[in-house]
Write a protein that binds this ligand. Structure first.
Ligand code: ADP
Ligand code: MG
Length: 239
């Protein structure tokens, strides 16, 4: 089957600093991939390249077989959820969810249907008329996920979506994101520096160091058979 996302020989430099170097990664349809590594290793940069928010220095990105390397972010069939919620503070939750669809010229009935479905899936129906300022961190992050959900995208990109939340909420939302993936079955690429998040969410984990993937494998293999000391030190068993 054609990969959902295919990254070929991707490099990205900021000035003369190489942040990603000749990176290759094939992600299957419906796969939950976690990009795991310490701060500064290039996780967000890779995600932003896939999203089209950064221009690559070299290489190509394919989504569903189509070369999107030079496509606008809105034409890539992706939805992105950031650590900071990036909600419009002056708009109600309902307007935050529908705004992108209205701008795209979608019919009102279709918009209402999609907002209703997303609100139901994320259990935020009672919050639709509130403003972001009157929501908790967890509720805001649900709305941020909802904004990707209403667009009916093929690929979800998450950049440390739970980092701003306290431990209890983090574990609740982790369960919820897993449930969301089980229900939607779309491709998810999830960036974190949290080992527990990676081990509990991922079908496969890509461990990154200095813009290079050190190991790409399922959580069990990563944990029990780390390929080198770096991976072992970061996540593997102590033996
Ligand atoms: P991570 O998400 O893994 O913490 P990033 O992808 O944000 O890492 O950053 C990778 C490296 O690129 C870091 O060394 C960071 O300082 C650098 N970097 C990120 N964004 C920029 C930028 N806009 N200009 C210059 N350097 C940047
Ligand atoms: Mg980052």
């Amino acid at each position: 089957m054609q990969p959902s996302v295919s990254i070929k020989d991707l490099s990205l430099n900021f000035g003369n600093v190489k942040v990603l170097e000749n990176l290759n990664l094939d992600i299957a349809q419906g796969e939950f991939i976690v990009l795991l590594g310490p701060s500064g290793c290039g996780k967000s940069t890779l995600l932003n390249c896939i999203a089209g928010l950064l221009e690559v220095s070299d290489g190509q990105i394919f989504i569903n077989g189509k070369n999107v390397t030079w496509e606008e972010p809105k034409d890539r069939g992706i939805g992105m959820v950031f650590q900071s919620y990036a909600l419009y503070p002056q708009m109600s939750v309902e307007k935050n969810l529908s705004f992108g669809l209205r701008v795209a010229g979608m019919k009102k009935e279709e918009i209402n249907q999609r907002v209703k479905r997303a609100a139901e899936i994320l259990q935020i129906e009672p919050l639709l008329q509130r403003k972001p300022a009157n929501l908790s961190g967890g509720q805001r992050q649900r709305v941020a996920i909802g904004r990707a959900l209403v667009r009916d995208v093929d690929v979800f990109l998450f950049d440390e979506p739970l980092s701003n939340l306290d431990a209890k909420l983090r574990s609740d939302l982790r369960v919820e994101i897993k449930r969301l993936h089980a229900r939607l079955k779309n491709t998810m690429i999830y960036v974190t520096h949290d080992q527990i998040e990676a081990l509990t969410l991922a079908d496969r984990i890509a461990i990154m160091k200095n813009g290079v993937i050190q190991q790409l494998a399922d959580p069990h293999t990563i944990y029990n058979k780390p390929v080198n000391l770096y991976v072992a030190g970061f996540i593997g068993s102590p033996s």
